[in-house]
Design a protein around this ligand. Sequence first.
Ligand code: ADP
Ligand code: MG
Length: 361
Amino acid sequence: MARTLVRLEGVSRHFGDVKALDQVDLDIRRGEWLAVMGPSGSGKSTLVNLLGGLDRPTSGRIAFDGVMLADLSESERVRFRRENIGIIFQQFHLFPHLSAVENVMVAQHYHSLADEKEALAALEGVGVLDRAHHLPSQLSGGEQQRVCVARALINQPKLILADEPTGNLDAENEDRVLRLLRDLHAAGHTLVIVTHAPRIGNLADRRVELQHGRLADLTVPSEEIERRYDEVLVQMWSLAEDGRVPEAQRVKVPDVVDNRRTLLGMAESGLIFQPGETLEFTPRGRSRARDLVRRRRLAEVLFSSAMHLSDPEVEVAACRMEHIIDPEVTNSICSFLGHPRQCPHGRPIPAGDCCELPIIS
Ligand code: ADP
Ligand code: MG
């Protein structure tokens, strides 16, 4: 099975003079969570409509799981969409005269008979089973959006597309819907979420950004990800030193609003155990944290004692240095400084190979 689920090549969609999308190339990989970011009017909904087979490009090719969408007739495209793509819209788009469960049932496969039991199970999955027989007007925004999620999922689509899915929701319902999306991703679904909200974009594996119809990749470079991991490791180390339990909530990742993806990435890389309320080092994570803390604090000593920098300068410079000093040199610096046991702030410096064990007399 190819890794790529959907491939866009040179896709443009023009409306008269307006280039809503302009020469977009994009691969969507199976199982990934892709966020499409961009300001209002940048072409996000146009892209959703094309990916969802609701519209055709002016030029360019879209291959969906090996099928060229342009080769399908109108009725084939409708059928293809039903069977392969689940779409969650900002403006819910529920039929006002149908109940929640009926709204889910109309989305069921063409050929299988509409199955109420299956539709009810889908509503149960998103936590609105008790609203199954209500009309959309009798549901809150959050409940309507969850019905939409159930409707989008009913045919086990290969791709779940969401266009500003929480744009019309309050914070509590936004969290609910985001949790649902997170669960879907964890269960292996491929998710494309269009949003202008960085908080939502940051939950994704990968971010791309549209600007005036053109696409730019915002993938975080791997060094940046490693730097975030290091920052978390150092924070965990310091918390433990203070005798505090490293709570997942207390750990702050620079430039990241929701630290959960970072923590999951760290677990996948074997640095911490699967994050729950609290965080725990794996042996490898502990050793990397120890090494980082050692380098950072030695650099602090170096800057303050040997170079007479002021306190704030010491901190900033030391944080930068820990990534520059290589382990060999760390031991030399440690020896040069006389194997200090404390940084200028009185925090202990983990001993290295170069440090003699203290002679206890
Ligand atoms: P976004 O979802 O990022 O806010 P859209 O994809 O809705 O942006 O729109 C991108 C651009 O294309 C905008 O300038 C918009 O006015 C234009 N546009 C979108 N759909 C149409 C349409 N059906 N007819 C004419 N212009 C359109
Ligand atoms: Mg839009």
